[in-house]
Design a protein around this ligand. Sequence first.
Ligand code: NAD
Length: 289
Amino acid sequence: IEESEKFRIEYWELEEAKLRRMPAPKPLAARIALVTGAGSGIGKAIAHRLVAEGACVVVADLDGDNAAAVAEELGGPDKAVAVTVDVTSEEQIEAAFAAAVLAFGGVDLVVNNAGISISKPLLETTARDWDLQHDIMARGSFLVSRAAAKVMIEQKLGGDIVYIASKNAVFAGPNNIAYSAVKADQAHQVRLLAAELGEHGIRVNGINPDGVVRGSGIFAGGWGAQRAAVYGVEEAKLGEFYAQRTLLKREVLPEHVANAVFALTGGQLTHTTGLHIPVDAGVAAAFLR
Ligand code: NAD
């Protein structure tokens, strides 16, 4: 809380009054982040990176046990607190933000990462599949961003909202109508919120990963088997398959996505909003299949 107050006085008020422009972004070491889906995979790597940079993190996940384990790994209540939250619930999201304010005094960096993947061909995709996919990722990220914006606007410290979208937001992956459509929805949320929140010094950007097999609960929980069948490769060799189709011939790991969150929020990309950064080792630049 003291850090935030110091920042407000040193940077925000002075800079704004003197220069009549947006202030320098708050350094990561003084930031308070809330990461959804941080109990596993990409979200967990993001939480680790943010704490390594000095931020405090609220580890928010539907799986409370995983969230608690990650918060513990991150050093416990001084650096990280776990919150069990279903991002489809307005009440639980409000409670998660209230917990962040209670634990650390505010929130100025939010990562919309929670997700599932229902990956089926069109004729097998049920209305229920469609609704579940959209409830969690379209409605869920909208609700989280709305709660984030409310806190950030009140704080008058600016902030960052980052969406972990997907290469599938832009390119049509085979047999995953519900997942790809919801990722495109998230990508447009980025542009819409960048437009609406810019005047408050809130940047909204997206990251489009692809082929993060290792560490991903989504891949382990069925998506991997489905993708392996679509591409005609053994599931155990899926990471290698993805690596071979990239321009860099490298596997994308959760840490590489976390690096992009750092790039967007670490203080250098001060005038970047509404952007999507691919973290796919080059797949989107020369998309094959
Ligand atoms: P993961 O399964 O390891 O992580 C997802 C987390 O979200 C889990 O901890 C899960 O419990 C949580 N979650 C699910 N439903 C939730 C809900 N209703 N409320 C709160 N939390 C919920 O998978 P991951 O691969 O790390 O995926 C993270 C994000 O990255 C997802 O949005 C996914 O679509 C996106 N993404 C992943 C890849 C990839 O290759 N793995 C590629 C592009 C985009």
